[in-house]
Design a protein around this ligand. Structure first.
Ligand code: TYD
Ligand code: MG
Length: 453
């Protein structure tokens, strides 16, 4: 018998060391090292790895690509994020926190593709549990096969026999290959399984959708190497307590990474949201202070987002600053701009910020709405409900230009806003607009316009 070798691997970046380390010298993370026992590859296993894809060089112009080579997922939102459908033989990693709806999304996609033969392999749930979930999603497709197994070899054997058009593996952390003797869910297992699936998918030209859990830092559990191996990394995010879910492409070999898909979680599964702005705005905001609407863009999609702020006198010594859906450090920076450039005294105030709908916003153009909401709450004066804002705020209190300004203006117009504040000096198409566009240069200019009703 060959002797197993022990080594220590960083679960964050995949660096290896001969002994346990407290801090990873490569990525600088603390307490990420895990022990890994690996068996040397035996002759039997080596035979498996040696079956390589045929590697004869081909001239570029000889490669034929047919137009309709992508698989239609029958979901507008998913197709959009994938870059126009799924590429055959590609490997897609679907990551997200537990309970966010990854299994629901995966099962629903297969159920919808009733015309095609598909396989759902679950290492997490029994067939009975899967059936119950499918009943909830309503539908009973004939060509959807299910297998509850944790052995990768078994699953791949089933795939080879069945020759499905698409395979879901739920999840990569709950399956194991016999080729390595590491515990299920460990780094070595996850990596090895992914490598084998990759080889299999490319050889047989069958696409795989692999579900992966996310660790506490928000990256897909398992080292970065997993993200490098697959063709596409999709991230499913949102707040479990709200119904909205956003699907983002973090990496896409076959499309853009700036598209997002929006879903809402209902009792009978995920529903596509094609008009997100209408749903994200609360209808009853007239006369309430501390609310401002931002014309944001997530990916390439314009979204009107409601920013809510609450400013109150600090009850205890140190004032609290807390934000949900918006970077807390950026909030502190914006409050410092308010203090220094506008002369607001917020030192003794608690400031709470919330992005309505439980979504996370990365677009910096929301800055101006954040400041407007803080101002409105601080003065306890409601802003005009028909005004909407867009603009990044710089350290000098200047309003900086944003991308896709025309799309933002049109979206605000479409939703019935009468006025929009945009960064000064930014060119936009003014033809035929029914919304009044007011360019602003500094935060103080914006406040003056907002308070003059
Ligand atoms: P699930 O897909 O199991 O999450 P994940 O695989 O990412 O861990 O979804 C779990 C949550 O979704 C659970 O709290 C119940 C809820 N849910 C619905 O609200 N409606 C539904 O139709 C289904 C199937 C689940
Ligand atoms: Mg699940």
């Amino acid at each position: 018998m060959p002797k197993p070798s022990v080594q220590y691997v960083c679960s964050s970046c995949g660096a290896k060391a001969p002994q346990m380390l407290g801090r990873c010298p490569v990525c600088g993370e603390w307490g990420t090292y895990e022990e890994e026992t690996t068996m040397p590859v035996t002759v039997k296993n080596a035979a498996f790895t040696r079956q390589k894809i045929q590697t004869v060089p081909v001239r570029l112009h000889e490669i034929e690509v047919t137009e309709d080579s992508r698989i239609d997922m029958l979901s507008g939102e998913l197709n959009r994020v994938l870059g126009g459908g799924l590429v055959p033989g590609s490997l897609v990693l679907l990551g997200g926190e537990p309970g966010i709806g990854k299994s629901t999304l995966a099962l629903q996609v297969l159920m919808r593709m009733a015309e095609r033969k598909t396989l759902y392999a679950s290492g997490e749930e029994s067939l009975r549990q899967l059936k119950l979930r499918a009943e909830r999603l309503a539908g009973n497709p004939e060509n959807l096969y299910l297998v509850a197994d944790t052995s990768l070899e078994n699953i791949l054997r089933q795939v080879a026999d069945l020759q499905p058009d698409l395979v879901v593996i739920d999840s990569i952390q709950t399956i194991a290959t016999e080729a390595v003797e590491a515990t299920i869910g460990s780094l070595t297992q996850v990596k090895e399984c992914a490598a084998r699936i990759l080889q299999f998918a490319k050889e047989k030209n069958i696409p795989f959708l692999i579900v992966g859990h996310i660790n506490k830092e928000g990256s897909i559990a398992g080292p970065k190497v997993l993200e490098h191996m697959v063709d596409t990394v999709l991230q499913f995010e949102g707040d479990q307590h709200y119904m909205y879910r956003i699907l983002r492409a973090q990496k896409n070999r076959f499309g853009s990474t700036s598209e997002i898909g929006i879903f809402s979680m209902q009792n009978d599964g995920l529903r596509e949201v094609s008009n997100p702005s209408e749903l994200l705005l609360s209808t009853q905001r007239d006369g309430l202070s501390g609310i401002a609407i931002s014309a944001a863009v997530e990916g390439v999609r314009p979204l009107l987002i409601e920013v809510q702020a609450l400013v109150s006198s600090a009850a205890y010594g140190t004032p609290q600053r807390s934000s949900t859906g918006f970077d807390a450090r950026r909030l502190n920076m914006l409050l410092a701009v308010l203090e220094k450039r506008v002369g607001f005294k917020l030192l003794q105030k608690d400031v709470f910020l919330n992005i309505a709908g439980g979504i996370r916003v990365n677009d910096p153009s929301i800055d101006l709405a954040v400041l407007a909401a803080v101002l409105s709450s601080n003065m306890d004066i409601a802003l005009d409900a028909s005004v909407c804002l867009t603009g990044e705020v710089g350290l000098a209190g200047e309003i900086r230009p944003v991308n896709r300004i025309d799309q933002r203006i049109r979206e605000a117009e479409k939703l019935g806003f009468k006025r929009i504040l945009i960064p000064a000096g930014q060119a936009y198409q003014a033809n035929g607009l029914s919304i009044e566009v007011q360019p602003v240069k500094k935060v103080t200019d914006a406040f003056r316009l907002l308070m003059k009703q």
